[in-house]
Write a protein of this length. Sequence first.
Length: 364
Amino acid sequence: MIVNLLDFDATGLTGFFANLGEKPFRAKQLLRWMHRFGQNDFAAMTDIAKSLREKLSSVATITPPMIISDKLSDDGTRKFLFDVGGGNAVESVFIPEDDRGTLCVSTQAGCALDCAFCSTGKQGFNRNLAVAEIIGQLWQANRALGVDPKGERIISNVVLMGMGEPLANFDNTVIALRLMLDDNAYGLSRRRVTVSTSGLVPMMDRLADECPVALAVSLHAPNDALRDELVPINRKYPLRELMAACHRYQKKAPRDFVTFEYVMLDGVNDSEAHARDLLALTRDVPCKFNLIPFNPFPGSPYRRSPAPRIRRFAEVLMAAGIVTTTRKTRGDDIDAACGQLAGQVLDKTRRTIRNVAKIHEVRS
């Protein structure tokens, strides 16, 4: 059986080479070639013995997901569509800024959580991505983007905020995170790698123990009644449990705050009263807020909050001393903005059929 070496972190590669009768240092060599240099041809790995290179060619491969679409927005945002087989494709987005370049990575083909305002969730769910399919997005994007004039990689930050719930694909996500952090691979600091979760409380605790990186929590509502509607996983892990998990995570996190993501939905969760309730909810958690103007998609019943209302909402939070930013909408001309990623998902949940039926009911 041919093994895809992109599925392995340093520990996995060390075990792979041990099974071949090779010494542990081979793992470091291969990590550097695969990830630091972006090489997938064993023959080009010149500091590895020729006999081993030939052996590797017969038992292993280095195969990232194939790019089937590469779209460039007017604002410089770049969206990649990756073929992950079985009729499924996932998206990742590169967002250039003056002081950093961020890649937004997917962890699942679709998403099982069905958040009301998210295009990905409306596509249904097919499967978890393999490690090679997660880290392969970064591998391919690095190759496509190249380096800056100083020879530095363009991608300086990675956020797991693409398609899927990262903590629902915990084991593969953690292996991919370890590769991002490994100095022999991508060498990113824990502060520059962010996992976004809708609030899978037990997995948040595991992440804190196994691979603490920066944490973003998709909050979107200040009370359980509204969050049950917008983020259905709240029915299993309500806000009291989520806030306690954030507080626990904070003790091991590389940053001294948790980022709360909050989509601004017109007339739904955007009043000054909602902002004050948020302050009460999060008073025991060191945090910052990232307000996200809603990005529409076909069939969605929601509208984006007006800009003056978003500004007033932010003012209420900032007046209480909470760092609050409003995310600039990027890449919406190529459907690459937050909440718009959909890819191609062969749905196993029948959610897409139910959603089409709902749309027909509304129109009739």
